[in-house]
Design a protein. Structure first.
Length: 273
């Protein structure tokens, strides 16, 4: 891995902001190093980026995580499912299964297929941006967290599995699905983040397992700490920004960004066009 301190800070910021905002972290982490002619970051730095995002979510949602954990334990040991809050952790677990299964079976194939196809990434940025715009416009915005059911959690979870394709965006596609099902924007964003916790934690754990096998390259611990720190700060700021933003404004800002980013990639690849 040939990542210096500047690369680490830039990639950490990209991961932190784009993993949370509905604009696709994988598309940015693939295309920006390609444009800048940076080499592959390697397993150790991938761990740093995923770990930073996980830490950011845990710092922002400590009470939610505590309540989910307590309610999960009550459900498992006391069979207490009488309230919506007692059922919510099980809905989140159920919603995690589609992405976990698809990831286990097809992640490597999907990554290899799209990593070398910036045209596909650009198209997905644009198409799923337009889908976000459509649901942002037609969604009824009536349901709150009390309206989450097993069916809606599974449907949003199925949508989340599409985020394995670079350019889709995990937060973008889950927010799109939640809006389509009639949830309020702030509820859609909040449930998207809570649903991401098991996936992000699982990804970090898998990467840590790979890192345990290969070890941290000598002399690069400082670089990894920079990546984790910047990714954590950027991720926290992004969560705070998005949850406040969706309470007052439409998601058109992110739609326009996705469309323009996709168009920029296409123009970069086909300058004569």
């Amino acid at each position: 891995m040939s990542v210096n301190s500047l690369h680490a800070a830039v990639l950490g910021a990209i991961q932190g902001f784009t993993e949370i905002l509905p604009i696709s972290s994988s598309a940015h982490l693939i295309f920006i190093p390609l444009v800048l002619d940076w080499s592959e970051s390697g397993i150790a730095f991938d761990v740093a980026l995923h770990l930073g995002t996980l830490i950011a979510l845990c710092i922002y949602f400590p009470q939610d995580i505590l309540h989910l954990t307590v309610n999960l334990c009550n459900g498992l040991f006391r069979r207490d499912f009488g309230s919506q809050s007692s059922r919510l952790p099980f809905y989140i677990i159920a919603g995690t299964f589609p992405a976990a299964i698809v990831g286990k079976l097809f992640e490597n194939t999907i990554v290899e297929m799209f990593r070398g196809s910036p045209v596909s990434i650009a198209i997905l940025l644009i198409v799923f941006g337009l889908l976000l715009a459509a649901t942002d416009r037609i969604g009824t915005r009536q349901l709150t967290m009390d309206g989450v059911t097993l069916r809606s959690a599974l449907l949003i979870g199925v949508a989340q599995s599409l985020a394995l394709m670079p350019g889709v965006s995990r937060s973008g596609v889950t927010i799109t699905a939640a809006l389509f099902l009639g949830f309020r924007s702030e509820t859609a964003a909040r449930f998207s983040f809570l649903l991401s916790l098991p996936i992000v934690a699982g990804a970090a754990a898998l990467k840590l397992g790979e890192l345990a096998v290969h070890g941290i390259p000598e002399g690069e611990l400082k670089i990894l700490l920079i990546g984790v720190s910047v990714s954590t700060v950027a991720g926290y700021l992004s969560v705070a920004f998005l949850l406040r933003f969706v309470q007052k404004y439409s998601l058109s800002l992110f739609v326009w960004y996705r469309v323009l980013a996709g168009a920029a990639i296409l123009l970069y690849i086909f300058p004569a066009f």
